[in-house]
Design a protein. Structure first.
Length: 242
């Protein structure tokens, strides 16, 4: 059973659903809304990612309540004001569970906590750093630190900075359009720094970043507990059949 300090990041490979039996098992845990979401995608690769994500979300939640709720039984509702930045949440009491999901080519993630705001992001490491993105979305201190690195390290550091930015915004439930990405930044040895006028306290967030695969970077942002208590973070890989 998930404890008050526990935060688990569940990971899965969409390619696992290339096996017909696993794809069928994943479809079986979805509801009509989920199936309609999967069917909207034009390309099979994207449908597979969407299916893997929706199935992982349901299976992860069930794992965290030790099977007391079947994956197919979960129901969700819009979070926040229901707008673009509002994260979905579990309908009803749901034992205080909070969750967030992220999808990328080759990897999907779902983080689950109890009574804590959470945000997760996964991204593939790009072949090269997109200079236009750095110039338009990174703070000056991030741009300088990134470009000071050896060329072979820049792409992975870019992915780390981007995922940490997205994880923070998702934890707050405000979306990419809710706060300019250059109004907060990450500094080596310091962590999250908020620019002038940002209505938040950086100290209330615990941010971590790691490489779940050789091709991807993941970041997690989770609210600290009372008195600044940090979360116990674990990662779990799940097969395509749950």
């Amino acid at each position: 059973m998930l404890g008050a300090r526990d935060v688990v990041v569940f990971l899965a490979r969409p390619e696992a659903l290339e096996a017909p039996a696993r794809r069928e098992a994943a479809m079986a845990v979805l509801d009509e809304t989920d199936r309609a979401h999967v069917a909207r995608f034009r390309f099979e690769r994207d449908r597979r990612i969407a299916l893997a994500s929706r199935a992982l979300q349901r299976r992860a939640l069930s794992r965290c309540v030790e099977g007391r709720v079947a994956p197919a039984a979960w129901r969700f509702e819009p979070g926040g004001d229901g707008g673009a930045g509002g994260k979905p949440r579990v309908a009803g009491d749901a034992m205080g569970l909070t969750f967030n999901v992220s999808n990328a080519r080759g990897l999907v993630a779902c983080t689950v906590a109890r009574g804590r705001a959470v945000g997760v992001d996964v991204e593939p490491v790009p072949a090269e750093v997109p200079a236009d993105v750095v110039d338009s979305h990174f703070a000056a201190v991030e741009r300088a630190a990134l470009r000071a690195l050896p060329a072979e390290r820049q792409a992975r550091r870019f992915a780390a900075l981007w995922t940490m930015k997205e994880a923070y915004l998702k934890a707050r439930g405000i979306g990419l359009g809710g706060l300019a990405l250059d109004r907060f930044w990450y500094a080596e040895g310091v962590g999250l720094v908020l620019g002038e006028g940002v209505d938040d306290d950086a100290a209330r967030w615990q941010v971590s970043c790691w490489a779940p695969t050789a091709e991807h970077v993941a970041a997690l942002c989770v609210a600290r507990g009372e008195g600044g208590e940090g979360a116990r973070i674990a990662t779990r890989w799940m097969a395509g059949d749950g």
